[in-house]
Design a protein around this ligand. Structure first.
Ligand SMILES: NC(=O)c1ccc[n+]([C@@H]2O[C@H](COP(=O)([O-])OP(=O)(O)OC[C@H]3O[C@@H](n4cnc5c(N)ncnc54)[C@H](OP(=O)(O)O)[C@@H]3O)[C@@H](O)[C@H]2O)c1
Length: 322
């Protein structure tokens, strides 16, 4: 089978398409024929070496497709099932393996492209608004990169819940996309300081209940400065770079603030994972949540997909189609 592999870490040019033996599932694993793999920022961290991995290494954390083999001890999944997972490590391939506990069957009528496009980013947005800081009607939140994958889904979920949404974007085109998702206040941070803009909109209000920040290094300080006393900073990524160590006394000075650095992996244990999947895909099937697909790349052009994501040229979800 054809698969993307890297034998050294580095830029997108280290990604090559190779022929590999079709993998056999071990105990507790299933094999999936990949219909579509989703591109995520984390894939670039593994490719570049920001996150460690052993070489040679496949890429891709999520996909949707059809089960083609099940390993010993797997219950509840069969060959032919239409499934989604955000628990694989090599989905840029014709077939991949995943732990059965992180493979979920899909409701009828859900397109496999849409399922692949919403797994990792959709489940991330879901745990952030449901579990990390459970949003409620009337809460005020700031969501960075509001035209991006996680950001766009976060905005839609926050509006479904009834929160007031501030968001940042880097271009006028992205501002229109974020408004389309339902954001109440859209700030182009290239034209204005986003923290000043949020404070101006807030007027006498005490500050925001929560910031969902996946941009990291460039936005962390400003994000802390717009929280209300005892507000929550949910730092879930570092698209602009990782946040350097900082003085915890700043949390005191900012008003007994909370900071968390959550990861999807810690929010998917049974039975929570299945409940999350059921609610997320229920919203999508019911048409309450739109999953914009911003581009489709064949396996051989996966490196171009990485260049586009890192070059901030993408909106919505990028799929890699083996
Ligand atoms: N912790 C978790 O569980 C978890 C799970 C999934 C994803 N994540 C994280 O969530 C973040 C968003 O992921 P995504 O896949 O949805 O990506 P994305 O938001 O679709 O793309 C990244 C966006 O970040 C903004 N950005 C700001 N500064 C940037 C810079 N220096 N370089 C590149 N982009 C920059 C850009 O939007 P503008 O041009 O509008 O600024 C860009 O389009 C990533 O940091 C990812 O690692 C975390």
């Amino acid at each position: 089978m054809r698969a993307v592999q890297i034998t050294e870490t580095g830029g997108p040019e280290v990604m090559t398409v190779v022929d590999l033996p079709t993998p056999e599932p071990g105990p507790g694993q299933v094999r999936i024929a990949v219909a579509a793999a989703g591109l995520n920022f984390i894939d670039t961290y593994f490719r570049s070496g920001v996150y460690p991995g052993s070489l040679p290494m496949g890429l891709g954390r999520e996909c949707a497709g059809t089960v083609t083999a099940v390993g010993d001890g797997v219950a509840g999944l069969s060959v032919g099932d239409r499934v989604v997972t955000a628990g694989t490590t090599a989905s840029y391939a014709e077939e991949c393996l995943a732990p059965a506990v992180q493979v979920f069957t899909l409701p009828d009528g859900l397109d496999l492209d849409v399922a692949a496009a919403s797994a990792l980013q959709g489940l991330t947005a879901h745990y952030l608004v449901r579990s990390t800081f459970p949003l409620a009607e009337g809460h005020r939140c700031l969501i960075h990169a509001g035209a991006g994958g996680v950001g766009g889904l976060l905005i839609q979920m926050a509006k479904m819940i009834g929160a007031e949404v501030f968001t940042t974007v880097g271009t006028a085109e992205k501002a229109a996309i974020a408004r389309g998702h339902g954001a109440d206040h859209v700030i182009n941070y290239r034209e204005t300081d986003f923290a000043e803009a949020v404070r101006a909109e807030l007027g006498d209000a005490p500050g925001l209940d929560v910031v969902y920040d996946g941009v990291g290094a460039d936005t962390f300080d400003g994000s802390l400065s717009v929280l209300r006393p005892r507000g929550m900073m949910a730092l879930f990524g570092g698209s602009s770079g990782q946040v350097p160590p900082f003085d915890l006394q700043r949390l005191n000075a900012g008003g007994s603030l909370f900071v968390t650095r959550p990861s999807l992996f810690h929010y998917m244990d049974p039975p929570e994972g299945q409940q999350r999947v059921d609610e997320l895909y229920g919203w999508i099937v019911d048409g309450e949540l739109d999953v914009p697909i911003g581009g489709r790349y064949p396996l051989a052009e996966a490196a171009d997909a990485h260049r586009a994501l890192e070059g901030r040229l993408t909106t919505g979800k990028i799929l890699i189609l083996p």
